[in-house]
Design a protein around this ligand. Structure first.
Ligand code: AMP
Ligand code: ZN
Length: 505
């Protein structure tokens, strides 16, 4: 173009075409350099013909950082790695509880002990634990897990501090009397993180400090949640300032508050459960916890998933904080990957919280956010879409990631943590035969090698396989339940059965 201009031999049509091309090239370069490189429909793989428009708007505004029109794209099927495939075909080993379960905490009521028997299982009922512990599921569960993983003795956590800290934590969770984001949800996510680490074998990749960070991050991840979405905090400022949006400059508003307020609790020596950590331990734990809790901001979902997928595809080394953030994120959205008896109790709670926000928005004269209109929300379709576009891809990624992490550990039979865990007889039971579907319950150790470490490793592989088949089975079953509701015409927010999660199928 410059040459043409210099010799004054200009073809105006060609010049125009070239200018337009250059402009679009620069625009693309600019967009690439300044915005996250993802495309809503590409990364969520939304098929526009099957997802109602309200649900698409909600997915785009909640799980990505920008809203875009939707195009069609082929679905990617989850892939099984060959080694696991081979194991799936050949080994069906179930670990069972060989010893009677005893809780780590003395003097627990019999009902609590009974509930905690299922601690290592995906069908653990946190609602029952909450009922039998008089509304202290978070406190009961956290103490139990800390002691089970021997973290109280390893890090010299004073039990009195732990009790006081957990009382404060539960109080903060119940500050806004939310239907969903309360201490029971925190207990559920903490339990699920424990289960994910155990069932995938990722636990054996971690140091004790990292396990402590995972459990702590899960327990605090929604501390003092206000019951609103981040977008509500950000966009209501035109009519009413949100203090949190102001403090955190509209960036991960609630998550920044959860982590900051929880660390503030530790400033009091009566509640500082980490008072005996060394300085390097404290620095490492704090950095991990901050990264993990900030990673629960749902608008990071697409970026998080995309980054881990590309890391796996390019055979790069897996970054531990990123892997652990993904595990916490998965636990946070895990109830659709659990039995219907649990999933159907969580959904109406979340919907009620969304609708309460919708009521506030209407009161303030604002437009009602997607999925927040109690008179017109396609609940069943939103659940199906949530499972298809968010939960299943996340769990598929967790399964792939875990295999990539754990298989080298399995091959390295000198892995000391593995050997010592299994030698010391830690009871890390998995689902029963009926729960896991295809697995045949076998007395631990009768089918595979006699050497203790080797046996533990094989169980872990069997666990990894049953983990994948289990979440796939639950999401499929749950989607079918919601599909039946659509068929029977009870799929909207104004249908009482959808609100209570009752089963009409
Ligand atoms: P958190 O707010 O940290 O608990 O992150 C969980 C978020 O995931 C919720 O706030 C919802 O936005 C979303 N979520 C979890 N479960 C469901 C569900 N069943 N249906 C729709 N959204 C869900
Ligand atoms: Zn949460």
């Amino acid at each position: 173009m410059v040459q043409q201009l210099e010799v004054r031999d200009v073809d105006f049509d060609e010049l125009k075409r070239n200018l337009e091309f250059t402009a679009s090239l620069l625009e693309a370069l600019y967009t690439n350099g300044t915005q996250p490189s993802f495309d809503v429909e590409d990364d969520l793989q939304i098929r526009s013909d099957v997802v109602p428009v309200e649900v698409r708007d909600w997915l785009a505004s909640t799980f990505t950082q920008r809203v875009q029109p939707i195009r069609q794209r082929l679905e990617e099927k989850p892939k099984f790695r060959s080694i696991v495939h081979a194991v799936q075909a050949g080994i069906f080993v179930e670990r069972i509880f060989r010893k009677a379960y005893s809780t780590a905490m003395p003097d627990q009521p019999a009902e609590v002990i009974n509930c905690l028997r299922d601690l290592d299982r995906g069908n653990f009922d946190v609602f029952s634990l909450d009922a039998v512990s008089s509304g202290h599921s978070l406190k009961t569960l956290f103490i139990e897990l800390i002691i089970k993983h021997h973290l109280n003795s390893r890090f010299k956590v004073p039990i009195s501090c732990l009790m006081s800290f957990l009382c404060e934590l539960e109080r903060g969770y119940n500050k806004h009397t939310n239907a969903y984001h309360n201490h029971t949800h925190a207990a559920d996510v903490t339990h699920t993180v424990h289960c994910l680490l155990l069932r995938t074998g990722v636990l054996y990749w971690l140091t004790e400090l990292e396990v402590l960070a995972c459990l702590f991050a899960a327990a605090i991840h929604d501390y003092e949640h206000t019951g609103n979405t981040n977008n509500f905090h950000i966009y209501t400022r035109w009519v009413r300032w949100s203090e949190l949006a102001m403090i955190y400059n509209d960036r991960s508003v609630q998550e920044s508050h959860h982590v900051s307020a929880a660390f503030r609790l530790l400033q009091d020596e009566n509640t500082n459960i980490f008072m005996n950590l060394t300085r390097p331990e404290w620095i490492e734990l704090r950095s991990l916890v901050i990264e993990m809790v900030l990673g629960t901001d749902m608008s990071c979902h697409v970026l998080q998933v995309k980054a881990m997928r590309s890391c796996l595809q390019q055979h790069e080394c897996i970054d531990k904080p990123k892997a652990l953030s993904l595990i916490l994120h998965a636990a946070d959205i895990s109830h659709p990957a659990k039995p219907w008896s649990l999933h159907s109790r969580w959904t109406p709670r979340l919907m009620e919280e969304f609708f309460t926000q919708g009521d506030k928005e209407a009161e303030l004269g604002l437009s009602i956010s997607p999925l927040c209109d109690r008179n017109n929300t396609p609940v069943a379709q939103s659940q199906i879409a949530f499972m298809e576009f968010i939960v299943e891809p996340t769990f598929s990624l967790i399964s792939d990631m875990s295999e990539k992490i754990v298989i080298p550990l399995i091959q390295d039979t000198t892995c000391s943590r593995y050997r010592s865990e299994f030698k010391s007889g830690t009871e890390v039971g998995t689902e029963t035969g009926t729960e896991a579907g295809t697995e045949v319950g076998t007395e631990a150790g009768t089918e595979v090698g006699t050497e203790t470490g080797q046996r533990g490793l094989q169980w872990t592989v069997a666990d990894m396989v049953s983990f994948r088949s289990m979440w796939m089975r639950h999401t499929e079953e749950n989607k079918n339940r919601w599909r039946d509701k659509v068929k029977n015409g009870v799929s909207h927010s104004d249908d009482s059965e959808t609100q209570t999660g009752q089963d009409t199928a």
